[in-house]
Design a binder for this molecule. Structure first.
Ligand SMILES: C[S@@+](CC[C@H](N)C(=O)[O-])C[C@H]1O[C@@H](n2cnc3c(N)ncnc32)[C@H](O)[C@@H]1O
Length: 215
């Protein structure tokens, strides 16, 4: 059962802490096309950045987060539909480790700061690969274990406390290694400490595209 902190306080902290990532969200999300699955939509911070031609399906296990995301989606439809077209957005309560979708049903998958938090991130990647069409793309923006030994040591030390404060988020996961393990062809667009993500222990970001082989 979720707590008051998880339902009421953490979503607000998340929105405030990640506010400066709007340009990154725009850059990553506005490029997506076709039928897109967003894993762990949180409060829906990526929703305003989708191209109107996209069909978005978002999943999120947390009921409080999902309700905030739905409110944001409804607001966007209301505000924009008179002025400009909006993408079709469907949000659903589900976990990345057991996606309620058929094999090969999405053109693209978005993982934006979620593989740090999903309890079984290996299973989540396997599920994302399953629902992607051959040649489909997983777009990712994730904070990961630093390649600098000194920073990584602090990530390991702080991780147990951080996980409690940040609702399950790990500072020290090697997410990009996980993508390669599942046979995806990974093209890294950027990696390094992100100036808008604050502390060095939480700001080593990898961003890129992992493609499912076509055949
Ligand atoms: C750091 S937040 C990021 C939220 C959002 N993607 C964003 O960019 O603002 C991590 C998200 O992963 C979600 N999450 C946790 N466990 C999950 C799971 N098993 N499957 C899918 N999402 C999960 C959390 O509920 C939370 O919304």
């Amino acid at each position: 059962m979720s707590s008051f902190y998880e339902d009421r306080i953490f979503p607000v902290i998340l929105d405030v802490a990640l506010r400066k990532l709007a340009p990154d969200r725009q850059r990553v999300v506005n490029n997506l096309r076709g039928k897109v699955l967003e894993i762990g939509v949180g409060t829906g911070a990526n929703l305003p950045h989708y191209h109107p031609d996209v069909e978005v399906v978002g999943i999120e296990p947390g009921a409080a987060m999902l309700s905030k995301a739905q409110q944001r989606a409804d607001r966007l439809t209301k505000e924009r539909s008179t002025k400009a077209p909006v993408p079709k957005v469907t949000l659903q309560q589900a976990s990345a480790e057991a996606l309620p979708f058929a094999d090969q049903s999405f053109d693209q998958v978005l993982m934006f700061l979620v593989l740090c938090t999903i309890p079984d991130s290996r299973r989540a990647v396997a599920e994302a690969v399953r629902v992607l069409k051959p040649g489909g793309e997983m777009h990712f923006f994730e904070h990961v274990r630093s390649p600098d030994a000194g920073v990584a040591l602090w990530q390991d030390r702080i991780n147990p406390l951080w996980r409690k404060f940040a609702c399950g988020c790990h500072l020290n996961r090697l997410t990009h290694g996980l993508l390669k393990e599942h046979g995806l062809q990974v093209v890294m667009h950027e990696q390094g400490y992100h100036p808008a993500m604050g502390l060095k222990v939480a700001s080593y970001v990898v961003q890129g595209v992992a493609t499912k082989p076509a055949g």
